[in-house]
Design a protein around this ligand. Structure first.
Ligand code: GTP
Ligand code: MG
Length: 310
């Protein structure tokens, strides 16, 4: 990927973060150029080794001459203070590779929020001809979970004796997992974790492909990455070639369309309310929220009809 393309892409993402007024049409132009990259989400508790996994996986993908974009979500939350710095150190050797684009997304900016901006950034990357787009998020918040709805394949990283398996189960992360990475498999306890996970997968049930469990070590002596590569590709084939796979894609697309409509509509309504000082003044402390909402909506609908001349 040429340097100028890298710069152009970086600029587009900044525009997305700043919620450019023409975002929808810009995104739509970009989408028309999309190259069908494989979107892979990698999530898991803080410190599970996500960035290390991404780093080794990048090395493998580069050996296969693939082009990759990495989006690291940097929730400026207390959970992962300094994550960004850590990521930079961990993925250092890939930063100068022109076939690897690395970008972090921060919580600030974007009215639509972090999740929306991240999804748009992923789609923007797809116009620039990557084979893989890797998204690293810390699986702690709703918005990080939400980001994974845009991924073709979501991998959840678990580690032995971390106690995060039950947390992951409770937080609804299980439901979005297409694949489990048991990382730090050099540590004791990996077999126990594996059998616990097998039980949980069984209890949770799922339609479509049963999520495989891949053991990896992402320290200096990496292992398991060929298996991981194979599992990701297998899931891609499933999405492309089976009925349940295609249905999954369709559901995700529908969800995203709904979300975009919601966001645009809300922006419009909010703006009309905020421009109306009388409305602001009418909010007394003992107001009836139902009544106010109903009335404002009615007015907005009436004005809309007036605008369109109908
Ligand atoms: N023993 C062992 N340690 C590992 C392995 N992989 C990563 N680590 C260590 O685990 C720590 C966290 O690794 P990261 O890759 O930063 O984890 P992360 O999930 O990206 O962390 P956050 O982004 O902060 O949530 C580092 O100290 C790594 O050196 C592994 O396979 N085995
Ligand atoms: Mg990280």
């Amino acid at each position: 990927m040429a340097n100028q393309d890298q710069r152009a892409l970086a600029k587009v993402i900044t525009m997305i973060e700043n919620d450019h007024p023409k975002k929808l049409s810009i995104m739509s132009d970009l989408n028309a150029r999309k190259k069908n990259a494989h979107y892979i989400g990698i999530t898991g508790s803080p410190g599970a080794g996500k960035s290390s996994v991404v780093d080794h996986f990048l090395t493998l993908l580069r050996e296969k001459n693939k082009k990759i974009a990495v989006i690291a979500v940097d929730p400026t939350s207390p959970f992962s203070g300094g994550a960004l710095l850590g990521d930079r150190v961990r993925m250092q050797k890939h930063f100068t590779d022109e076939n690897v684009f690395i970008r972090s997304m921060a919580t600030r900016g974007s009215i639509g929020g972090l999740a929306r901006a991240t999804k748009d950034a992923i789609r923007a990357c797809d116009a620039y001809g990557f084979d893989y787009i890797l998204i690293e998020t810390v699986g702690v918040g709703q918005s990080e979970l939400d980001i994974m709805k845009v991924a073709d394949t979501t991998a959840v990283v678990l580690t032995p004796n971390s106690g995060d398996i039950m947390q992951v189960f409770k937080a609804g992360i299980m439901e979005i997992a297409d694949l489990f990475i048991l990382n730090k498999s050099d540590l004791p306890g990996v077999n126990k974790l594996k059998s616990q996970l097998e039980d949980l997968i069984h209890i949770a049930g799922h339609k479509g492909l049963e999520p495989p469990i891949i053991e990896t070590t992402s320290s200096e002596k990496p292992s398991g990455f060929d298996n991981l590569y194979e599992a990701f590709n297998k899931h891609w084939t499933y999405l492309e070639e089976t009925k349940t796979g295609k249905e999954k894609r369709q559901e995700q697309l529908q969800y995203e369309v709904y979300e975009l409509i919601q966001e645009e509509l809300w922006k419009e309504i909010k703006q009309s309310i905020e421009q109306d000082e009388a409305k602001q003044r009418s909010l007394s402390e003992h107001g009836d929220p139902y009544q106010i909402a109903e009335q404002w909506l009615k007015e907005w609908r009436r004005n809309r009809k007036g605008d369109s001349g109908g």
